[in-house]
Design a protein around this ligand. Structure first.
Ligand SMILES: NC(=O)c1ccc[n+]([C@@H]2O[C@H](COP(=O)([O-])OP(=O)(O)OC[C@H]3O[C@@H](n4cnc5c(N)ncnc54)[C@H](O)[C@@H]3O)[C@@H](O)[C@H]2O)c1
Length: 256
């Protein structure tokens, strides 16, 4: 299935920063923002896939996105990445907090260390990236922040206690920051994807059977892919959603 590509003229030339943009959903978003004519920077820990994406986007649009290699578990690196993106792009008016790692862990196997590690890769940098970018958005008269949560925390999934905690926390964070930053015309919304079949998900967790089982639970009987997140994310980034903040948008094909 080829997904339609909408055009949001106000995103042309807009400064956009995506975390975890080197692969999966983040890479689809980097490509999509670039096709809108936005000036895009992205942060990722993985160099190889990120550099390949830069080449691909440059071939498509004539302009490579700006890749910042950083480990978002390190808060100083988060702050430095925000500053680098602002310096490179001139301004950051859209922030997509997307980077995460959905490692599985049984209740009995969780240690203090692994708990902190999960929150560090799945939650902590979301706050500190917002904190670092907000002053730049305030100076520019506003912005849009999109935080990637997940429906996983609502599905009672037993093997991801720390990941689910982080993804639920992102909803609370989104609503608190929306309250704080609304007076500065900075909107903060969350996207909750359902089962999105990416290369990593297939490699690590998904089987043909688990994909089929999820489709039985979806109203829409097809596999969801990274490009399914593009339209909703562009909409939340653009002024088309100018009155929308503090909301959580579920993109899961209608799981019941
Ligand atoms: N794929 C799904 O089914 C699904 C479902 C619900 C929610 N989500 C959420 O959507 C977002 C994207 O998911 P995805 O499936 O594309 O993930 P992915 O694993 O394919 O991509 C995540 C990216 O983040 C990067 N990353 C990981 N740790 C990092 C670190 N410490 N510093 C910098 N970069 C780091 C990775 O290198 C990778 O490029 C995540 O927030 C995820 O929780 C995904």
């Amino acid at each position: 299935m080829t997904l339609p590509s909408s055009q949001f003229p106000d995103l042309s030339d807009r400064g956009v920063l995506v975390t975890g943009g080197g692969s999966g959903i983040g890479a689809a978003l980097v490509e999509a923002f670039a096709r809108q004519g936005a000036r895009v920077a992205f942060v990722d820990i993985a160099a190889e896939s990120s550099l390949a994406l830069c080449e691909k986007v440059a071939a498509q649009t004539g302009q490579a996105p700006h890749f910042i290699q950083a480990d978002l578990r390190n808060i100083e690196a988060v702050r430095a990445a925000a500053d680098e993106a602002v310096a490179k792009l001139g301004s950051v008016r859209v922030l997509v907090n997307n980077a995460a790692r959905d490692d599985r862990q049984a209740l009995e196997a969780v240690t203090e260390e692994s708990w902190n590690e999960s929150l560090s890769v799945n939650l902590r940098h979301f706050f500190f990236m917002c904190q670092a970018v907000a002053p730049h958005m305030q100076r520019k008269g506003g912005g849009s922040i999109i935080n990637f949560s997940s429906i996983a925390f609502m599905l009672n999934m037993p093997e991801i206690p720390a990941y689910s905690t982080a993804k639920a926390g992102i909803i609370g964070l989104t609503k608190s920051l929306a309250g704080k930053l609304g007076p500065d015309n900075i909107r903060v919304n969350a996207i909750l994807p359902g089962m999105i079949v990416t290369e990593r998900q297939r490699r690590l967790w998904l089987t043909e059977e688990s994909i089929a089982r999820m489709q039985e639970r979806q109203c829409l009987k097809r596999m969801l892919v990274a490009d399914d997140l593009v339209g909703p994310c562009l909409f939340l980034a653009s002024d088309s959603s100018a009155a929308m903040t503090a909301q959580a948008m579920i993109i899961d094909g209608g799981v019941f």
